[in-house]
Design a protein around this ligand. Structure first.
Ligand code: NCD
Length: 315
């Protein structure tokens, strides 16, 4: 059974999920297909117990609503259990315990770990000290691969394809990790066009531009005003206040973009946002059929179910 062995092989490669760069297009498509099955299973309301007896640890060194709760929901929907922390003040981190020691201990208690941390590279480090799979749920402004998978799922589900789309990223392209991960993933698809819309201070990092140039198959441009001409996806982002070394710099760009009904009511596009939003998408957009950010956050559950299943079935 060649096809079955092929998927097993793909699954074997994926021990941890730290950066979207660690997986290829085939693995991404495989996860998206599995996510669709999970969405159908969820809709059928039938109990799914494929991860019965397994325990997920959610270690959140930074605030989260959707990422943590959709992971927890995903694990419980699959019949598994969850332990974890959301406030390091109540853990041994407050006594000075290192990330390495915390991971060594938790990996002995559980079957899989989801970690969010303010330092870039923290999840990679954690994976080196863990005997069980580690999933990066955001490391500083670096990467957020599971958000990317649910973003891709949203695009595929709502537009019907990923190849050939034109996407505008709007807002904090410097510190926004969801943008960094999604840009890389999109460069694996064919004929994608990206418009980066940001103030000068929050431009997309040079490394990402260099990477896109090297890959050569993504057309891109940079702008400072919202321009949604021929755009299929308007991907809004929050200005990442917590990442600014100097809050005066934040004050200068705060509230710089506000997407309103007028920008999109006559356009054939979808509006996405990883959420939380602050003031960058007016609430009058919510009622438009183009607004897909709440659907997007719902897709976090089936996509994370697929990721948990795929990482745990090889254990
Ligand atoms: C994003 C994050 O944490 O990077 N949120 C999320 O996971 N949905 C985006 C953000 O915080 O602005």
């Amino acid at each position: 059974n060649i096809i079955y062995n092929y998927f097993l092989f793909l699954g074997d490669l994926m021990k941890h999920l730290i950066s979207i760069r660690d997986i290829g297009k085939d693995e991404i498509l495989n996860i998206l297909n599995e996510s669709e099955k999970m969405e159908n299973l969820l809709k059928s309301k039938k109990p799914i117990n494929i991860l019965e007896g397994k325990i997920l640890a959610t270690l959140f060194y930074e605030p989260s609503t959707r990422t943590r709760l959709s992971f927890e929901t995903a694990m419980k929907r699959l019949g598994g259990n969850v332990i974890g922390f959301t406030d390091i003040k109540n853990t041994s981190v407050a006594k000075g315990e290192s990330l390495m020691d915390t991971i060594r201990v938790i990996s002995g208690y559980t079957d899989i770990i989801v970690i969010r941390h303010p330092s870039e590279g923290a999840s990679r480090l954690a994976s080196e000290y863990s005997d069980v799979p580690v999933i990066n749920a955001g490391d500083g402004s670096n990467q957020h691969p599971t958000q990317t998978l649910l973003d891709l799922y949203t695009i595929k589900r709502e537009i019907g394809k990923i190849d050939g789309i034109k996407i505008a990223f709007i807002g904090d392209l410097k510190y926004g990790r969801t943008v960094h991960s999604l840009c890389y993933a999109l460069s694996l698809f064919d004929d994608v066009e990206i418009v980066f819309i940001s103030p000068e201070e929050l431009k997309i990092p040079k490394e990402i531009i260099e990477d896109l140039k090297k890959k050569g198959n993504v057309k891109f441009s940079e702008k400072c005003h919202i321009d949604l001409t021929d755009v299929d996806v308007a991907y809004m982002t929050r200005i990442q206040k917590e990442r600014f070394p100097d809050l005066n710099e934040y004050q200068k760009v705060k509230g710089i973009y506000k997407l309103t009904k007028e920008h999109i009511c006559d356009k054939n596009l979808i509006v996405m946002h990883p959420l939380p939003r602050v003031d960058e998408v007016d609430s009058n957009v919510d009622e438009l059929p183009q607004a897909k950010y709440f659907e997007q956050s719902f897709y976090g559950v089936p996509v994370r179910m697929a990721i948990l299943k795929m990482l745990l079935e090889n254990e």
